[in-house]
Design a protein around this ligand. Structure first.
Ligand code: SF4
Length: 572
């Protein structure tokens, strides 16, 4: 009798219009694995893109696999399309977007009967590969588990890699050739990390004839090819929406945001290409999601929204800046039957917004709240962070004060419409990320973060129609460890896996001290675990940005003018 999981699988496959089924024989067989549940994975446009790009290659057949649902118990991990075990593939490729998914990688390998460390696997088992934004930010905590990591954007990496990958040839020889010849290919076993007596990295050196630095690669031209959903499924957080990536990267240079740096230079897609994608989406669903780190910076956004309205489509946006909210955008938001709009002030005080280079004035935030409610979107969600560098008690008080001011603007608009909505405040703990100006900063202690969250919650506790949700600082702590760690953090990851995810027990029994990675301020000249990746960004530029942050000085956005600008170094 078919299990519940089998039924779900076959229903999903039936629902996934355009699922690619190819012949298995004579092809390079790739299992594309997302270390989370199906619904999380299928809401990830990057994952869908890699799936379709791999299957677009004639000599490759790609099937998907996910973290098993809880009802699957100890059943082995199998691919969604043909139900094959991961050991039957030539290559198992992980798509990694979030550090907190790393523990799931080891769970998946165990359920697939694959030894976790690459040194123990041997070449008769599939090649273990990983890519994704978390990987090209800092792959070092994963170095022991993967044979090869791809650093950069998939469009620029998949074809060069899989055109050369031949499962019949000697694996080490092939990896060496690719590490030498294909930018973005990083083979951890070809490098050695050396440490000083104080625990800092003293050197990171090749042990084979490979480049000392690995270049991150990006797709220089996204104007001619679109990134869009290949599978529309109701079983995701986007609920049947057809997703279109309208832009990549963000010009604003918020100093906490890794996407604003590692996706440089920011790129946008032209209107005619986006219109075509919208027409394709309209043939499949009435819901279109416009994706990008800075959707409101798209020069043709108004025309694209008008196109959506003329087709009677419901539009949604992955991000909108408060200073871009105007009547046209509100009309587009309403077309998506949106009940809750999101604004991200990030912090309460003017001073802190300069420190993080948010580039938003208080009037922009208040005016956006007022316009959204007046325009008929009844609820607001406000994103704030706690634990930012230089943050003081007064800055936390200013979060409370700003929410109260927003509530005031919100009330006047709500009254005028005769309907009272709700404000949800989302508080997130700041995690300093690699390749940002805050990469040298220490993260706040968990107790300090909890104290700050408590303050905001009690300051807003009695304010009617305002709810406060906060993340769990302990998970932000783990995220910081995995985002900022070197190869030794891989040992912690393995021990935590052996301890069934019990991190406190792992920390107690391990010789690796997590505080060293999380709560230590780095000096300017310290060799950082991710310094071997050449993102094109000058480390001196990031340091200057760090200094400007400490001085509370704002920096102008990236001019998006690759031919003439050399400010951060990426376009040189
Ligand atoms: S070099 Fe200039 S245009 Fe290029 S990404 Fe940097 S700031 Fe932007």
């Amino acid at each position: 009798m078919a299990s519940i999981t089998d039924k779900i699988r076959s229903e999903r496959l039936a629902a996934e219009k355009g699922t690619i089924r190819k012949r298995w024989q004579d092809r390079v067989r790739v299992a594309l694995v997302y270390p989370n549940r199906y619904n999380v994975a299928m809401a990830n446009l990057g994952f869908q893109t890699v799936y379709s790009q791999l299957n677009a290659m004639d000599h490759v057949v790609c099937e998907r696999a996910f973290l098993p649902e809880s009802e699957e118990g100890d059943r082995p991990v199998v691919s969604l399309e043909s139900g094959r075990r991961l050991t039957e593939f030539d290559c198992v490729a992980f798509s990694l977007s979030f550090e907190n998914d790393y523990p799931h990688v080891l769970t998946l390998l165990q359920k697939a009967a694959l030894p976790p460390q690459s040194a123990l696997r041997g070449t008769s088992l599939p090649l273990m590969l990983a890519g994704g934004v978390a990987v090209f930010l800092n792959p070092e905590p994963l170095a022991d588990f993967f044979d090869c990591l791809l650093l950069g954007e998939a469009e620029a990496l998949l074809i060069p890699f899989f055109e050369r990958f031949d499962p019949q040839r000697d694996r080490q020889t092939q990896l060496l050739e690719m590490a030498q010849q294909v930018p973005g290919v990083y083979v951890p076993a070809f490098y050695q990390a050396q440490y000083d007596s104080d625990g800092t990295l003293s050197a990171f050196v090749p042990v084979q004839d490979v480049p000392p630095k690995v270049r991150r690669v990006y797709a220089p031209d996204i104007k001619t090819a679109i990134t869009q959903s290949t599978i529309v499924t109701p079983d995701t957080g986007f609920d049947d929406a057809f997703l279109i990536e309208v832009s990549r990267g963000c010009p604003h240079g918020c100093r906490f945001c890794a996407a604003g740096y590692i996706y440089r230079p920011p790129r946008t897609r032209p209107l005619d290409l986006l219109r075509k994608a919208m027409a394709t989406g309209a043939g499949l669903t009435c819901k279109i999601g416009l994706m990008g780190a800075a959707v409101s910076d798209l020069p043709d956004l108004k025309a694209l929204c008008a196109e959506g309205r003329s087709r009677d489509l419901q539009l949604s946006f992955s991000s909108l800046r408060a200073d871009a909210i105007d009547d046209d955008l509100i009309a587009a938001l309403k077309s998506g039957r949106l009940k809750t709009a999101t604004i991200a002030p990030e912090t309460g005080s003017v001073r802190m917004r300069r420190v993080i280079n948010k580039g938003l004035e208080e009037e922009d935030i208040l005016s956006a709240a007022e316009k959204l409610v007046a325009g008929g979107i009844p609820n607001l969600k406000l994103y704030f962070m706690v634990g930012l560098p230089t943050e003081e008690d007064e800055d936390i008080q200013q979060i409370i004060a700003l929410v109260k001011k927003i509530k005031h603007s919100f009330l006047s608009s709500s009254r005028a419409r005769g309907r009272m909505g709700a404000i949800t405040v989302s508080l997130n703990s700041f995690v300093p990320k690699p390749f940002t100006p805050f990469q040298w900063c220490a993260m706040d202690e968990v107790s300090v973060l909890k104290h700050k969250i408590k303050k905001v919650k009690s300051g807003l506790g009695k304010v009617s129609n305002v709810r406060v949700h906060a993340d769990v600082p302990r998970w932000a702590y783990i995220q910081a460890l995995l985002a900022r760690g070197d190869r030794r953090v891989g040992q912690l990851l393995l021990q935590a896996h052996e301890n069934q995810g019990n991190w406190p027990q792992t920390f107690k029994s391990s010789a690796v001290n997590p505080h060293f990675y999380i709560h230590r301020t780095r000096t300017r000249d310290e060799l950082l675990p991710w310094d071997f990746i050449d993102h094109g960004i000058d480390k001196d530029f990031l340091w200057k940005e760090y200094e400007r942050a400490m001085q509370g000085k704002a920096t102008k956005p990236c001019p998006m003018d690759p031919g003439k600008c050399s400010v951060c170094g990426v376009c040189e």
